[in-house]
Design a binder for this molecule. Structure first.
Ligand code: MSP
Length: 477
């Protein structure tokens, strides 16, 4: 196992402000990297914003804003949202930053030297919403299935990256697990895409039409295609252009995990490795692909007015509870429906009652009975139970099963709540001290397991165990 980890999120388009979908991916990546950091692994956690392309230029224009100023404004909103959500990233990359432009230019230079790029006339159907070409087959009644608009028919002379000759290699890397794709459905989908006779990858656009992007090396009439530009963020952010040592540490010598939603699988499972193989650069080690969720049965959309912003949830439930509520909805990888009305119910049941009550009851009992908690020793049977929970929790977390690892913690919480009701340690029997110590031990271990998910509450529990004032962790709503 490599010593270093590079953990990334997609870089988000600045055409929209951060919503629950973006928050979900970012949270998963944050929990994963906090978990690895807690295990003393060296981790670099990267997120950022994707700021070029037609879509962004058009929206800035609609709003009557200078494009770069518009990008600055929205990019700042992402930073703010992640701060409020306690996302502990190590670097925030922006594709309008200079080091990024240099990295894109360097990448193209390498491809040119290796004779991997050629020019050709191309005609196709382009969806600005997706920022990609669609095939006739992908359309629904002549419209883009996601954006419900009619794609533009474009005919231009663009630069292409030779990818056809890399496809068999990518297939074998996926099949042999050298390039891991989790979960299985995403791996199958990637292998399915490879069977579709893919064309070479068009990597530039007419400058006249797109207007906003990085100039294509050596051709003033062309801009780098926004997706080609965006994927390079994973390299540019860690020193690809100018810092060889950093790049070596965090790319070449790291276990690289990209967290993505299933909507951008093709770019990450096919085009990205093809770009890297063409440039003779190491490919990522793993893709962690999650499903899409709807809100109250519908796709989140501004027109429907059902877009949920993380801030709204934080205001109502607090940040740690928001993190818990988002990640405990459904298993990573699966599609699901978020029912906001259920959030309050779940908050009260799992957090205010389940966890909060347990901690308060046990620590109150310890205080009343003068039981010191500096060094907590539990009975063997309890230690074993916790050990089993911890093993499962770790196994699940390492495998991106956030939902299941939370379930393990909550099973232990339920066990504790049943144990306390059964043993009634408030009746001060001879066994009470032993029971309270057993429970305090569980709480301490629970707080440690919770730390990547609910970092503040985890610290609060530990502080209360050490004697800080006892207060309810989550107030009932
Ligand atoms: N800019 C590209 C990514 C470039 S990465 C080199 C992009 N940006 S995006 O702003 O559209 O963000 C897409 C990502 O947001 C998805 O892959 C997914 O991670 C997340 N989600 C957006 N909506 C979502 C849901 N409704 N449900 C779950 N995740 C969602 O694509």
């Amino acid at each position: 196992m490599s010593k270093n980890y590079l953990i990334t999120t997609p870089i988000y388009y600045v055409n929209d402000e951060p919503h629950l979908g973006h928050a979900f991916t970012t949270l998963c990546a944050d929990v994963y990297s906090r978990f690895l950091k807690n295990q003393k692994k060296k981790v670099f956690f990267l997120t950022g914003t994707d700021e070029h392309g037609m879509k962004i230029a058009e929206i800035a224009k609609e709003k009557g804003k200078d494009i770069k100023e518009f990008c600055d404004e929205i990019s700042e909103k992402f930073k703010k949202a992640w701060k409020e959500l306690l996302i502990e990233y190590d670097f925030f990359v922006r594709t309008t930053d200079k080091y990024h432009e240099l990295a894109v230019k360097k990448f193209i230079e390498i491809l040119k030297k290796k004779n991997q790029i050629y020019q050709k006339e191309y005609e196709g159907l382009y969806c600005v919403g997706c920022e990609k070409f669609l095939t006739e087959k992908e359309l629904k009644n002549g419209l883009c299935p996601d954006h419900k608009n009619k794609p533009l028919r474009l005919k231009e002379k663009n630069y292409f990256l030779k990818i056809k000759d890399k496809l068999p290699k990518i297939k074998s890397l996926i099949e042999t697990g050298k390039f891991k794709i989790f979960p299985e459905f995403a791996k199958k989908e990637a292998l399915g895409l490879l069977k579709q006779n893919l064309e070479d990858f068009s990597i530039s656009r007419d400058k006249e039409r797109v207007k906003w992007g990085i100039e294509f090396q050596g051709d003033k009439t062309q801009l780098v295609y926004v997706w080609f530009d965006a994927l390079i963020n994973y390299l540019s952010a860690i020193g690809f252009a100018k810092n060889k040592k950093k790049f070596k540490k965090w790319w070449e010598k790291s276990f690289v995990v990209h967290f993505i939603g299933k909507d951008i699988l093709k770019f990450h499972a096919i085009f990205w490795p093809a770009m890297l193989l063409s440039a003779k650069i190491k490919i990522p080690n793993q893709l962690a692909v999650h499903g899409f969720f709807t809100v109250d049965g519908q796709k989140m959309s501004k027109t429907l007015g059902n877009v949920i912003r993380p801030k709204e949830l934080i205001e109502k439930f607090g940040v740690d509870a928001t993190r818990y509520l988002i990640l405990s909805q459904f298993p990573f990888g699966e599609d699901g429906d978020i029912k906001i009305s259920k959030f309050t119910e779940k908050y009260n049941a799992d957090l205010a009652f389940g966890l909060g009550n347990l901690v308060l009851r046990v620590l109150n009992l310890a205080k009343k009975q003068n039981i010191r908690l500096e060094k907590i020793v539990a009975q063997k049977s309890i230690e074993n139970k916790v050990k089993k929970t911890k093993n499962n929790y770790q196994k699940f977390l390492l495998n991106f099963s956030f939902f299941e690892s939370l379930k393990e913690i909550w099973n232990l919480i339920h066990f504790c709540n049943q144990y306390i009701d059964k043993e009634k340690p408030w009746e001060k029997r001879e066994s009470s001290k032993k029971v309270i110590l057993n429970l305090a031990y569980c709480i301490k271990e629970i707080s440690e397991m919770l730390s990547p998910f609910c970092p503040q509450k985890s610290k609060e529990i530990q502080g209360q165990i050490q004697g800080k004032k006892l207060e309810p962790l989550f107030k009932k709503i």
